[in-house]
Each structure stands twice: as C-alpha cells, then as structure tokens.
Design a protein around this ligand. Structure first.
Ligand code: AMP
Ligand code: MG
Length: 493
C-alpha cells in the first residue's frame, strides 16, 4: 500500500494504490516506469468515474494529477508493473506477449469497496515491447475512450476509461502523430493469455496462485465449491457467454478477439479496430489485418468458445491429477458455453422485440431467425431498425417500411410479430438510439487531431446517454451514407 499527498496550491489528494498483483504474482510482473511525458495535456477526463474511484477530478486536472495519469508520478510505495501474458493471435500461439506499451499502476479501492486496476496504455517501452515503440497515438486512445464508455452506458461489462492525456511526444506511424496515454480502469487485467503464460511455465504452483488470485477477485464463490478451479472456469464461461451475447445484441464487432484480449472477469477489453455493425451482415469485419475474417461479427460466439477451450487447456493441471479426467471435466464445463450463450442471446432478442419472457422459444425462435434473414437480405441498419420497429408498434409505420426493398416480406413478418402484442416501451429501454458509429468516431478523431475536441464531446454526450432520443442529436443516430454531413453543427458544446 502507498499514499500520495498532494502539495501546493492544487487540491490535495491521497492516492492509495495496492500492489496485490505485483506481490502475489511476481513471476508475471516486471516492475517498470513510464517514459517521461514532456508536455502532458489533458484531452478528456471521465469525472463521474474519477468520483467513483475516490479521486478528485479537480486534482486530476492539476499538474500533479496529470503526472499521475501519465505515470510520471508514482505514489510512494506503489509498484507499477508490466504484466506478462501469452496468447493466441489470429490462431497462432505466442508464448511471450505481455504489456509492451502498458503498465499496471496498481489497484484502487473504489467508493463502493470494489478493487479496480488503474492501468496506463501508451506509457513507453517495457521489456515486453519486442519491436514496438511502446507508444500510442491520440486517435486510438480517444477511440478506446469513447467506445468503452459507450459500452458501459449500454450496460455491457467493459474496462472503463478515466482519461486521455496527450504526452507531447510524437509517434511514428504511417505519418508522425501526437502521442497520448490512456488511463484505464478494469476489474482486473487478468486475461486468458495470463493463464496461458502461467500454464506454459510448467510451474503448477504459479498457475494455482494465479487461479486463486482470480477466484478472490472475481469468483469468490468458487473458493468453497467442490472443485474450486473448475468453478472458476465455469464462472469465466458464464461471464463470457453473457458478454458475447450482449455484443451480438448491439451489433458490436470487437475485431481482435485474440486470447490475450479476453478477460477472466468477463469485461470487454482492448478496443482496437472495433466497430458497430450498420447494415446487418454476419460477415462484417472491421479490422484490416483480419484477412480471413476470423473475427467477423457472426463468428464471435464460436471464437469465444475456442478461446475458452485454450483457457481450459491451461487450467487442466488444476482440474484433476489424472489428465484424462481433467479433460472430461473441462469438456463438460465448456459445453455450458452454448447453453449460456443461447439463453442470454435469446432472452436479449425477445427484449429487443418487446416480447415478454413468458413468450416461449417455440414462438420467438422462428420469428427471430426469419427476422435476421430479412435484415441481412435487405441490408437494414442494425441499430435504427429496433427503434423504428418500436415506432411501428405505436402506429408510425413509414420509417421502418422505408428500410425494406422487399416490403411484402417485411409486412408479413411484422404481422406475425404484432400478433404477439410487443411492448414498445420495453424495446426503447433496451435498444440504443446512439452507438459510436465508425464514421462519427473517425470525424471526432480527425477533429481532435486538429485540436478541436468539440465533436468528441458531442459524440460522448450522445453515446453515454444512448436510450433517450434527443432531436438535436439526430445526426448521431443515423447510419453512414453518402450525403451524411454537417455533423459538427448539431451539438452546441
Ligand atoms: P494489442 O493488439 O493492443 O492487444 O497488443 C498486442 C500485443 O502487442 C501486446 O503485447 C501489446 O503490449 C503489444 N503492442 C501493441 N502495440 C505496441 C507498441 N506500440 N509498442 C510495444 N508493444 C506493443
Ligand atoms: Mg491487447
């Protein structure tokens, strides 16, 4: 434990950072320091999150606060570390990945008593950097900020973003870009790849300590289960099944579902080339490096299950002394993924369609299946569809009918759906109006790179209150189109 007392004219702040990971799992933690930021400038601060963490937003804005947010001020006694992990990247195994450009500053206890990791991304090279420069550019860090906060606002478990601070460093990509550090908050940064790393050392004691650490932090009930490590695995399977179902329901495409980008907590992590599907299409891919469409929208549940099989492999020595029996137990547990996923997704689809839970699967399953085919064939925007469908239920039929080339097919589907007496208000509580659409994000990032942060502010305003339609934000609700434009004029900030 360590404390930091703010001095001088700025408000004082005590920051207490635990070093539990660094202490309990020293083999997976390299003590390290952030690179010096020459000219730190705050680009965006998440004030509600700061308050939740017990941090004074005013102090975070101060010179000293900014130093903390870029890793140049380490609370006394804290042990920032680069975490080791392995991972399958696009199916290929890499035994040593780790935080190449990130640091775990330590664990904070928030105002609700929850332990949260405070972590920096873009804070300079570490021993895991391999060929990388250890840096991050402003654009991708702001992208992670806005997308993660949008996910949170939609009730989807995710790492959170506390701040993005421009460092004053330049980053060489295709061009020279301004550098930034993202301060990120997570239930933990334990990944499937963390277990692959521990497993691959052959040190069962390390693996057990890692599993015990994960149980304490995320699945405390597993500690008293008959088979604690199998219960841990069951917990992760359930959390990931529920998470992926939520992604699918909002049309989120993660883009890089490598095992090092999949958490044990069940939070979404590492927002790179991700996006929200517009025209419904299972083959939607956003990552330009995903040549085989491995991480396409429609593949995500299968990929998650594959990743969980890699987690099970790593945990096998803890499941049973007899490896045959360990495999049998793991296989049985992994079988729970499809059940969990299908239940979570089907329930979510019923809510999206305003159908009460009492509507049995026999009624809703064929209806949903036919709808998805209809959406795919007519290339209908995934997000606006469900809001327009609620309007349709209320008698405003034209917006949605304008979306379908094959109107008779829609009308006949809609008649079947209306016969089930959908609840339009329920629909509007679960179907977002505003998601961070790629075109909007790109426009906001382009403006930010010209030092204009207003479009980012507008976009954040829209996506962090996603369910209430606001007429002045109409442009933020629309899918990208050729005549899409003038978006910067819609918000007055
Ligand atoms: P990501 O694609 O961000 O999940 O990162 C995959 C791996 O590459 C992780 O081990 C990162 O730490 C590392 N990495 C990504 N970008 C950089 C960079 N610019 N410098 C050093 N390491 C990096
Ligand atoms: Mg990653």
């Amino acid at each position: 434990m360590s404390t930091l007392e703010g001095m001088g004219v700025a408000p004082a702040q005590t920051v207490i950072l635990g070093d539990r990971f660094a202490r309990e799992l020293a083999e997976m933690a390299i003590p390290w320091q952030a690179e010096k930021a020459t000219d730190p400038r705050l680009l965006v601060l998440n004030e509600p999150l700061a308050v939740e963490l017990g941090l004074d937003p005013e102090w975070l804005r101060s010179t000293e606060g900014l130093q903390l947010l870029v890793g140049n001020l380490v609370p006394e006694g804290a042990t920032p570390v680069a975490q080791a992990y392995a991972g399958h990247q696009f199916g290929g195994y890499n035994a040593r990945l780790g935080d190449g450009r990130a640091l775990l500053l330590g664990e904070l206890t928030d105002v609700n008593g929850r332990l949260r990791d405070l972590h920096l991304k873009g804070s300079g090279r570490t021993p895991f950097a391999r060929g990388g420069d250890g840096l991050a550019a402003v654009g991708p860090m702001l992208r992670e900020y806005v997308v993660s906060e949008a996910m949170h606002a939609m009730g989807i478990p995710t790492t959170r973003s506390l701040a993005v601070v421009a460092t004053g460093r330049s980053v060489h990509r295709e061009t020279l870009l301004p550098g930034a550090v993202l301060a990120r908050v997570a239930a933990s940064h334990l990944r499937v790849g963390s277990f692959q790393f521990a497993g691959s050392t052959g040190d069962v004691h390390l693996l057990r300590r890692l599993a015990d650490h994960a149980i304490t932090r995320h699945y405390p009930d597993a500690a008293t289960a008959e088979r604690p490590y199998l219960a841990l695995f069951d917990g992760v399977v359930g959390a990931q099944a529920s998470l992926i179902a939520k992604w699918m329901l909002v049309g989120f495409v993660h883009g890089v579902m490598n095992t090092d980008n999949m958490t044990i907590s069940g939070e979404t992590i590492d927002f790179g080339p991700c996006g929200f599907m517009e025209a419904f299409d299972s083959a939607t891919v956003y990552s330009s490096i995903d040549h085989d469409s491995r991480y396409a929208y429609g593949n995500q549940p299968t990929v998650a299950e594959w990743n969980l099989a890699r987690l099970a492999e790593a945990l096998l020595p803890l499941f049973h002394d007899d490896q045959e029996q360990a495999i049998a137990l793991a296989t049985q547990s992994l079988g729970g993924f499809r059940r969990h996923y299908t239940a979570a997704w089907s329930g979510g689809m019923r809510a999206k369609l305003g159908l009460p839970d009492s509507r049995t699967d026999e009624v809703s399953t064929p209806l949903v299946k036919d709808l998805l085919a209809l959406l795919e064939n007519n290339r209908v925007d995934h997000t606006t569809f469900y809001r327009d469908l609620a309007a349709f239920a209320r008698g405003n039929t034209e917006p949605i009918r304008g979306k379908f080339l094959n109107l008779p097919a829609f009308d006949s589907w809609a008649a079947r759906w209306l016969a089930l007496v959908p609840d339009a208000d329920l629909m509007d509580r679960v179907n977002p109006v505003y998601v961070p659409r790629n075109q909007l994000v790109e426009q906001a990032l382009a403006a930010a790179s010209e030092a204009d942060l207003d479009p980012m502010g507008c976009l954040l305003d829209a996506v962090t209150r996603p369910y209430v339609e606001r007429p002045d934000l109409a442009a933020y609700a629309a899918p990208a189109s050729d005549d899409f434009g003038g978006y910067q004029t819609f918000c007055g900030t």
